[in-house]
Design a protein around this ligand. Structure first.
Ligand code: SF4
Ligand code: SF4
Length: 158
């Protein structure tokens, strides 16, 4: 996060851009811990705002026919009309944090920042020995919300 803020101040700001979050470029896929962080953030929002964002999430799944395994470009549902991201810095997936302006005119994924942060998320998302799968943000989020629902639903008494 410190690196992102530094880039914004020293290289260029992302304000009013958002191009990398549109279907022209965005194919971000995340693991479960990143999705759980977004789900926890949404749970703190005012209900109307949460419903608005969730409608966008569901709309993007339909529009781009997103599935867990389909690798495709999609406009992120958290990209606002003014091209800002609706997700705060400390909640953003690491792929988003690691994609930054390198110069005034060029942006790219910075593998040296992505690799270490991604490894932390992989460790947090691992269940047993199984490697966590990467899914498009909207799909991973829906899975995290369903996990929450399943956990909160009382088990029937036998
Ligand atoms: S990283 Fe580059 S393309 Fe993405 S919002 Fe910032 S300036 Fe625009
Ligand atoms: S979460 Fe934000 S930064 Fe990441 S792809 Fe979506 S709009 Fe872009």
């Amino acid at each position: 996060m410190r690196h992102v803020l530094e880039v914004q101040e020293t290289v260029r700001t992302c304000a009013d851009c958002g191009l990398c979050c549109t279907e022209a470029h965005n194919s971000v896929r995340i693991v479960a811990s990143e999705a759980r962080r977004i789900a926890a953030h949404l749970a703190l929002l005012e209900p109307r705002r949460r419903a608005e964002l969730m409608a966008r999430v569901e709309g993007s799944i339909k529009k781009y026919r997103l599935t867990a395994s389909r690798k495709t470009h999609y406009t992120c549902p958290f990209l606002e009309a003014d091209m800002r991201c609706a997700i705060p810095l400390d909640v953003k997936p690491v792929a988003c944090l690691a994609f930054n302006p390198l110069t005034q005119d060029a942006c790219d994924q910075e593998p040296e920042w992505y690799a270490a942060a991604h490894e932390v998320e992989v460790t947090a998302s691992r269940v047993g020995m199984e490697e966590p799968s990467l899914k498009p943000i909207p799909v991973a989020l829906m899975d995290a919300l369903h996990e929450n629902d399943a956990r909160d639903t009382p088990r029937p008494l036998r």
